[in-house]
Design a protein around this ligand. Structure first.
Ligand code: ZN
Length: 255
């Protein structure tokens, strides 16, 4: 049975109210209304000729830096000018009111933080930092470095050794950041309600996180436009636009 939109969002609000430990898992579909394409998907229009596995990879960064940074440039530019959308803002508001404990995100765009969220766990890293693969130094990918890169194609390099700096995002062929993964796992172990927002749960191992919670008896809500491998395990499927959905959910708490 498919519930009407308002009934669905009322049910989500009710489940949030009843839960003690709500954890969000957000993915690319949350950022597309902010104009940021999914870099793991080839069909975004930004990179018509590129296979993301070929360019968004550690070996490309190491051995074909021009290809890698050419791939990064339009994405970095979109992210730099992007603003959080209403779904980000609604999640931040619900976090501030104590209804959401943690936001685990597969996104690298820092839009949760820009919207005011505090407890954001970035399991695929973020573009906010750069690291030197040789000296392991980490520096902020600040406005100056970013504008030099997106406007002049000046590739950021290490002040100590001159190596190209790698944005602290998880590339193909790379492991997930250990600390973020541990922290995320901890939240999913303790969750009694998991809400997936804009993730099609196709990217491993982040897509295993909801399973940790489900096997402990947590409820699962999935808010995406696509189908996911966990649809049959969900308490509620909310296959509507994330912005409309979270506007409606937030409204239920404010009335
Ligand atoms: Zn260095």
């Amino acid at each position: 049975m498919i519930l009407p939109f308002e009934d669905l969002t009322s049910s989500v609000a009710k489940l949030i109210t009843e839960a003690n430990h709500v954890v969000i898992l957000s993915g690319a579909g949350l950022a597309t209304p902010s104009g940021i394409p999914d870099f793991r998907s080839a069909k975004t229009g930004l990179w018509e000729t590129n296979d993301p596995m070929q360019v968004a990879s550690l070996s490309a960064f190491r051995h074909r830096p021009n290809d890698f940074f050419n791939w990064l440039k339009p994405l970095a530019e979109k992210i730099y000018y992007a603003k959080p959308n209403f779904a980000h803002t609604a999640l931040a508001t619900l976090e501030q009111s104590g209804k959401i404990k943690a936001i685990v995100t597969q996104n690298i765009d820092c839009l949760h933080q820009k919207a005011g969220s505090k407890n954001v766990i970035e399991v695929h890293g973020s573009i906010a930092q750069l690291e030197c693969p040789k000296c392991k130094v980490i520096i902020p990918f600040n406005d100056e470095l970013m504008l030099n890169f997106i406007e002049e194609f000046s590739i950021p390099s290490c002040n100590h050794c001159g190596s190209n700096l790698k944005p602290s995002i998880t590339l193909f062929e790379e492991m997930l950041p250990y600390e973020a993964w541990n922290l995320a796992t901890h939240h999913f172990e303790n969750a009694d309600l998991v809400i997936v927002v804009g993730s099609s749960l196709e990217v491993s191992p982040a897509n295993q996180l909801p399973m940790i919670a489900i096997s402990n008896g947590a409820k699962l809500i999935i808010n995406t436009l696509s189908t996911t491998p966990l649809d049959s395990r969900a308490t509620l499927l909310v296959n509507y636009d994330v912005v409309a959905v979270w506007k409606s959910i937030l409204g239920k708490f404010q009335n």
